[in-house]
Design a protein around this ligand. Structure first.
Ligand SMILES: NC(=O)c1ccc[n+]([C@@H]2O[C@H](COP(=O)([O-])OP(=O)(O)OC[C@H]3O[C@@H](n4cnc5c(N)ncnc54)[C@H](O)[C@@H]3O)[C@@H](O)[C@H]2O)c1
Length: 433
C-alpha cells in the first residue's frame, strides 16, 4: 500500500476532507466517478464554493512531495491503508435510506481488499449500516472484521461552508466494529487534530443523525409558531422575544426556510424503523410548509388576493446563507408553488450557478419580493431600502428570516424600509450586484 488514505466521493464532504488530509502531509488519493469533479481538482479548481478550499488546494498542489492525486477508478482506493467513503446517502421518498452508492463502491472494492485495510464510513447513515457493511465484507470475502480488516463509522458533522474552521476542533466521533477498528480509524483522523471520541458504531450513527434531527426540530418550532402568529394576527418576532427575554430556560430560534440535503433527509434514517413513527414526519411537514405559508400570506396581502400575472422576485436559491449549494433548497419549491398561482417569478442569488438575473433585474417592478435565503450580504437596512426603491409601489415583502431587522414576516416594502431607517438612522442605499 503506497498511500495513506483514499477518499471515495469528492463531493461537499469528501473533497474538503481529502484536501485536509493531503495538507497535513498524508499521501492521499481522491476518487470520484464524476469526471467534472476529478478534472476540476486536477486543474487546480474547486468544483464548488467552500471558504478556504482554494488556498488549501493551491498549497497541496504546490507541495514538492505531491500528496494529493485524483482518479475515477474506485479500485485505486485499495492502494491506501485507510479508505474513507464520503458517498451520497439519499433517502427514497418512501422513507428508507438509499445505500446504493455505498454498495456499488463496496462491490468495486471487494476484489482488491487485503488484510490491514481499514474502511471508514464518513457518510451519514441509518443505524445498523456500519454493521451491514462489516457483514458484507465478511460474507463476500470471508475477512474477519476487527482482525483482518477494519470497519468504522466516523460521521461528518461539519456544516458546509465551515469545513476548514471546524475540522481540527469539532470532536471526531469514531464507532469501530470489533476490537481494533476504532483504533485503526482514529489513527488516520488523528492527523486532523480534533479530539477523538471512541464509541460503538450504532452510537456514532445515532449521534450523527440526531445532531441533525435536533436542529431540524428546533427550527420547526419557530416555523410552526410563525404560522400560528399569522392565524391570530400576532407578530412572531415579538412573541419570540417575549419567550426568550431574560428567561433562563428560553432559547426559541428564529423562523426560516429550513431544508438542505442533510436536514431534509437525515431524519428519515430514524423514521424508517421508528418505535414512535410520525413525530419526525410532522417536524418535516412543518418545515416543508413554509413556502406554501409564504405564498398564501403574499396572496392575501395583494390587491384582489391573487398572484396571477404578478411579478414576484425570489431572492436566494441556496438552501442556506453564504453557500452556492442549491441542493434540497426550499426556494425551488417556493418558485413552483408561485408558478402554480400563475405568478411571474424572477429569481436572483449572488452565489448561485443557476441564477441568471441580477438583483436589480429580479426586483425591478416586482409586486412582491420574497427573501428565500438569508445571505449575510443582504442583512442591512440599505438593501431593504434598495429593494423598496426598485419594486413596484405598494410591493409586499415576505421575509421569514427578519433579514433587515424589520421585525415583520410580511409587510409593504416601502413602509418596512422607512421604519427600519427611522429606527437605525438613515443608511444610504448601496448599488447591489
Ligand atoms: N453536504 C454536507 O454539508 C454534509 C455534512 C455532513 C454529512 N454529509 C453526508 O456526507 C455524505 C456525502 O455528502 P455530500 O454532500 O458530499 O454528497 P455529494 O453528492 O456532494 O458527494 C458524493 C460524491 O460521490 C460521488 N459518487 C457517487 N457514486 C460514486 C461511485 N460509485 N464511485 C465514486 N464516487 C461516487 C458523486 O459523484 C459525488 O461527487 C452524505 O451521506 C451526506 O448526508 C453531508
Amino acid at each position: 500500500m503506497d498511500l495513506d488514505v483514499a477518499v471515495v466521493g469528492l463531493g461537499r464532504v469528501g473533497l474538503p476532507l481529502a484536501l485536509a488530509f493531503a495538507d497535513r502531509g498524508l499521501r492521499t488519493i481522491g476518487i470520484d466517478v464524476d469526471a467534472s469533479r476529478t478534472d476540476a481538482v486536477a486543474a487546480g479548481r474547486m468544483p464548488f464554493f467552500e471558504p478556504g478550499a482554494d488556498e488549501v488546494l493551491a498549497r497541496v498542489q504546490g507541495r514538492a512531495d505531491a500528496t494529493l492525486e485524483v482518479s475515477r477508478d474506485v479500485a485505486q482506493a485499495a492502494r491506501a491503508k485507510h479508505v474513507v467513503l464520503t458517498l451520497g446517502t439519499p433517502s427514497f421518498s418512501h422513507i428508507e435510506i438509499d445505500v446504493s452508492q455505498i454498495r456499488s463502491v463496496l462491490d468495486d472494492l471487494l476484489p482488491h481488499l487485503r488484510e490491514g485495510h481499514c474502511l471508514v464510513l464518513r457518510s451519514t447513515i441509518a443505524p445498523g449500516t456500519t454493521e451491514f457493511v462489516a457483514g458484507y465484507l465478511e460474507l463476500h470475502r470471508g475477512l474477519v472484521v476487527g482482525r483482518d480488516v477494519f470497519v468504522a463509522h466516523v460521521p461528518e458533522r461539519i456544516a458546509a461552508s465551515r469545513f476548514f474552521d471546524e475540522i481540527s476542533t469539532l470532536p471526531c466521533i469514531v464507532g469501530g466494529v470489533g476490537e481494533r477498528s476504532g483504533e485503526e480509524a482514529a489513527s488516520v483522523f488523528a492527523a486532523l487534530g480534533a479530539p477523538i471520541v471512541q464509541t460503538t458504531p450504532v452510537e456514532a450513527e445515532l449521534a450523527k443523525i440526531w445532531t441533525n434531527i435536533l436542529r431540524y426540530t428546533l427550527f420547526a418550532l419557530p416555523n410552526r409558531l410563525m404560522m400560528e402568529c399569522e392565524q391570530y394576527g400576532a407578530n412572531v418576532f415579538e412573541v419570540i422575544d417575549l419567550i426568550n427575554r431574560d428567561y433562563p430556560r428560553g432559547g426559541m430560534k428564529l423562523p426560516g426556510m429550513t431544508a438542505g440535503t442533510c436536514l431534509r433527509k437525515d431524519f428519515t434514517f430514524s423514521e424508517e424503523r421508528s418505535p414512535a413513527p410520525g413525530m419526525l414526519l410532522a417536524v418535516s411537514r412543518v418545515n416543508e410548509s413554509v413556502p406554501l405559508f409564504l405564498v398564501d400570506g403574499l396572496k392575501r396581502r395583494l390587491p384582489g388576493e391573487t398572484l396571477r400575472a404578478r411579478k414576484v422576485a425570489v431572492l436566494g436559491l441556496a438552501f442556506k446563507s453564504d453557500t452556492d449549494d442549491e441542493r434540497d433548497s426550499l426556494s425551488f419549491k417556493l418558485i413552483r408553488l408561485l408558478e402554480r398561482e400563475l405568478a411571474l417569478v424572477a429569481a436572483h442569488d449572488p452565489l448561485s450557478p443557476s441564477s441568471t438575473l441580477t438583483l436589480e433585474e429580479a426586483v425591478s417592478g416586482a409586486d412582491a419580493v420574497v427573501l428565500a435565503t438569508n445571505h449575510s450580504d443582504w442583512q442591512d437596512a440599505a438593501t431593504l431600502e434598495r429593494i423598496a426603491a426598485l419594486a413596484a409601489p405598494g410591493a409586499v415583502l415576505a421575509d421569514p428570516w427578519d433579514c433587515f431587522g424589520q421585525r415583520a414576516v410580511f409587510g409593504p416594502a416601502s413602509e418596512l424600509a422607512a421604519d427600519v431607517a427611522d429606527r437605525d438612522g438613515h443608511v444610504a442605499a448601496q448599488p447591489l450586484a
